[in-house]
Design a protein around this ligand. Structure first.
Ligand code: UGA
Ligand code: MN
Length: 316
């Protein structure tokens, strides 16, 4: 667009100048210089005015439009894979504009290694801690993983956010960035399929004739909303209209409990993303657990790079 205007204006002034050169031949040198200057200044002024007008009328480039903010709540915890997981997720999020990444660690204090990793990635973030209550840590049964972290994230949003959308993104999952652009504009709650969940291979709302008629998941477990954490998003305004909404410390029922706490919510109000749930844009990937790195032999490797690398290893 801009290039086109440059060319046509340039050609126009060229013709003008050429036409006047012939006339100038019969005039005195002084007069012709004056005329040249006048034409030059006039053309420049007209060009500048037209260009200003063009700029003022031009719609914002897509990247300049202020989109509703996305708040991505990511629970994380200390383990050998932690920095690798955060790095992979972080660089996915780096493709998404107007996003605040709330990284919340299940710990009593922050870890500078995590802070450095987040700084290096360069996605706007807040790094907070929210330890799992002791009574759940001690249990031999299933633990409510990431729940205090996510509730801390909700608390942050109630205090700091007014608009936009929140999404719980576990640090180990896989996300196609198009889902972020789709969830940005929802009014209350949206859902979509998540791959690699249970024996069905996918957990998804069931849609018939454009309507939500049920849920497909290898484990229903009496849940009203048998969906995976990676398969729904909630608008911040809607969350704030539900001051008591939070996630229960109930293994297996975290999503269900949280979504129920958003009541009243009509099924017809649940927006269906990812091509009306015909596509898979998020996956519940799981990483192989790595044994903690063995201790470095400090005598043998004294004054080598290994002393530096060793400081980058996250040991439980
Ligand atoms: C599945 C679901 O995808 C989770 O959303 C759900 O919270 C979890 O089950 C559950 O019901 O307990 P899964 O892959 O089995 O997830 O669990 P993890 O990926 O190990 O943990 C979920 C999130 O919590 C991760 O972001 C992880 O970093 C975090 N987490 C895990 C903690 O903060 N503390 C822990 O002790 C364990
Ligand atoms: Mn996981």
């Amino acid at each position: 667009m801009k290039g086109g205007n440059y060319t046509s204006l340039g050609t126009y002034s060229g013709i003008n100048a050429g036409g006047n050169v012939a006339v100038a031949g019969k005039m005195s040198l002084g007069k012709s210089i004056k005329m040249y200057l006048t034409i030059f200044i006039l053309t420049t002024c007209i060009y500048m005015a037209l260009y200003q007008y063009h700029i003022s009328r031009e719609p914002f480039a897509a990247s300049e439009v202020v989109k509703p903010p996305l708040y991505i709540i990511t629970p994380t915890y200390r383990r050998p894979e932690q920095l690798a997981e955060l790095t992979r997720l972080g660089y996915t999020l780096k493709h998404v504009v107007n996003l605040l990444w709330l990284v919340i660690e299940d710990a009593n204090k922050t870890n500078p290694l995590v802070g450095h990793t987040l700084d290096r990635i360069g996605v706007p973030y807040e790094y907070m801690v929210a330890p799992m209550p002791e009574k759940y840590k001690q249990t031999k049964k299933a633990k409510p993983r990431g729940v205090s972290n996510r509730n801390r994230g909700l608390e942050y949003l109630r205090e700091h956010a007014t608009e936009g959308v929140l999404y719980f993104a576990d640090d180990d999952n896989t996300y196609d960035i198009s889902i972020f652009e789709q969830m940005r504009y929802i009014s209350k709650v949206a859902m979509w399929p998540v791959g690699l969940v249970t024996k069905t291979g996918v957990s998804s709302p069931i849609i018939q004739a454009g309507k939500l008629v049920g849920y497909y998941d290898g484990w229903i477990g009496g849940r009203k909303y048998p969906v995976d954490m990676a398969g729904f998003a909630v608008s911040v305004k809607f969350l704030k209209e539900r001051p008591n909404a939070q996630m229960p410390f109930k293994p297996g029922y975290e999503e269900d409990g949280f979504l129920r706490s958003l009541a009243p919510l009509d099924d017809a109000e649940i927006e269906l993303l990812a091509d009306e749930c015909r596509d898979i844009l998020t996956w519940h990937t799981q990483t192989k657990k790595n044994a903690p790195a063995q201790a470095l032999n400090r005598t043998r490797y004294k004054n080598t790079n290994l002393e530096h690398i060793d400081r980058l290893l996250v040991r439980p």
